[in-house]
Design a binder for this molecule. Structure first.
Ligand SMILES: [Zn+2]
Ligand SMILES: [Zn+2]
Length: 287
């Protein structure tokens, strides 16, 4: 069976992970309903074709974000279901916590309590590690969050411009950019605070996720994991951008962006990896 299709218990293990996932999922749901119930009816008072097209686009972004998030959270990542050799091979390690041999690129995660195949990093947002089997869902999820935030900013812009031009005072500006201060000092009403908070979150979220998505695409194209990028300058798994994409997104890497349930088998097994040496390519080192 392909590792990405195995399911584990979806709830995160640690208390911190549970809390961060709860905050992230709540914010996604609140933001989705905020656009649907507050912003869209203001923008399109009549249910015109543009209104329904906007709803359809929003739903597409929302379903893909949540779908990829759930897949990233529920995918089995550990080495426990793989048949591992009892003798330590070159490049392998021994994990004293799991009491098992771990293949190259696998590392133990203290939060998850397991050794994760081709471990990238532990993500608070999904309350789990990002590794060999769920890297695809993580990458597509942050792409859809970025696009969703961009779309929300486009929808919110009219309201913000209207609000700022009508009430151009320092208190309004303070409340718009730092809604928590606006609320604490009584500069905004709870409803205005909520709207300012949602709009501010979308703007900041977009900037943050552009950087995050750009960084992860950049290292995936170079055949590296976050762990490898931080800890060493080694790029021995860089097989060229097209093959590197297949290693992360699967053989149908050009289709995974459309829907999380589209099958795209990963080329390897998460244990054995092709490297530049095996393919007769020259070594590449980061500068
Ligand atoms: Zn371990
Ligand atoms: Zn982890």
């Amino acid at each position: 069976m392909i590792p990405s299709l195995r399911w584990k218990q979806i709830l995160p293990r640690g208390r911190g992970d549970k809390l961060s996932v709860l905050v992230a999922v709540t914010e996604l749901l609140v933001e989705g309903f905020f656009e649907l119930l507050v912003i869209l009816p203001r923008k399109y008072p009549e249910a015109t074709m543009y209104y329904w097209l906007s709803v359809a686009l929003g739903l597409f972004l929302f379903i893909n974000t949540l779908g990829n998030l759930l897949m990233a959270m529920s995918t089995e990542l550990s080495t426990s279901s793989s048949l591992l050799p009892t003798v330590l091979r070159p490049g392998w390690d021994y994990c004293y916590s799991c009491q098992r041999n771990t293949p190259p690129r696998a590392y133990h995660c203290g939060h998850c309590g397991i050794c994760v195949l081709k471990r990238d990093h532990h993500c608070l947002f999904i309350g789990s590690c990002v590794g060999y089997a769920n890297h695809r869902y993580y990458l597509v999820c942050i792409m859809y969050i970025t696009l969703g935030a961009l779309y929300a900013n486009y929808l919110n812009m009219e309201y913000i411009v209207e609000n700022v031009s009508e009430n151009l005072k320092w208190t309004t500006l303070l409340a718009s950019f730092t809604p928590i201060f606006g609320w604490l000092f009584g500069l905004t009403q709870p409803v205005s605070y909520f709207i300012a908070f949602q709009s501010g979150t979308c703007a900041l979220g977009f900037l943050g996720f552009v950087i995050l998505f750009g960084y992860h695409v950049y290292i995936a194209l170079r055949g590296q994991t976050t762990h490898e990028k931080r800890r060493s300058r080694d790029r021995s798994y860089d097989l060229g951008w097209r093959q590197n994409m297949r290693e992360v997104l699967g053989t149908r890497w050009y289709l995974v962006w459309i829907f999380p349930l589209i099958r795209s088998p990963l080329p390897g097994d998460g244990i054995h990896f092709l490297n530049r040496g095996a393919l007769g390519l020259e070594d590449v080192k980061d500068l």
